[in-house]
Design a protein around this ligand. Structure first.
Ligand SMILES: [Zn+2]
Length: 158
């Protein structure tokens, strides 16, 4: 048996899937562990990118940095859905994550930027006093949650 059979070259996934497939894969692996770790742990060896968040139709979320589009994925479905939130479109954000071999940037933490200050994003139901991890309806009362931005100094760095 020959061991040196030519390996099929990594096939280029079509543009529309590039952003999503790695994210889905990452989510399956990371869902249990890293959602909570990422929320409170100190950044390990994460790269920080700052730019404008844009949903690119058919491609998924991108971060526009100096006019260049960086395709995004995320370590969790929560974060991936947040990156696609229309309320965050065209906003200046800071993403901390890892550059992947397929050219996407896998975000692990997201902050919005207002007047040079960082904000954590959360989804909140005031009726139930419940915080949700991603955009959508409240798991309790089914009303749409509100996007809230919490100054980082007040929440994470105490
Ligand atoms: Zn509720």
């Amino acid at each position: 048996m020959r061991l040196s059979e030519p390996q099929p070259r990594a096939t280029r996934v079509s543009a529309s899937l590039r952003g999503i497939a790695p994210a889905l894969l990452a989510c399956t692996l990371a869902l249990t562990a890293s959602a909570f770790r990422a929320a409170q742990g100190a950044p390990r060896h994460l790269t920080a990118l700052e730019g404008k968040l844009l949903p690119l139709p058919g491609e998924g979320p991108v971060l526009q940095i100096h006019g260049k589009d960086q395709l995004l994925s995320a370590t969790t479905t929560y974060l991936f859905h947040t990156l696609l939130d229309k309320r965050l479109a065209n906003r200046e954000v800071r993403l901390e994550g890892t550059m992947k071999a397929d050219g996407t940037f896998e975000a692990e933490r997201l902050f919005t930027i207002k007047e040079g200050k960082l904000y954590r994003v959360r989804y909140f139901c005031k009726v139930c006093n419940l915080e949700a991890l991603e955009p959508g309806d409240c798991i309790c009362c089914q009303r749409p949650t509100e996007l809230e931005e919490i100054p980082v100094a007040d929440s994470d760095n105490k």
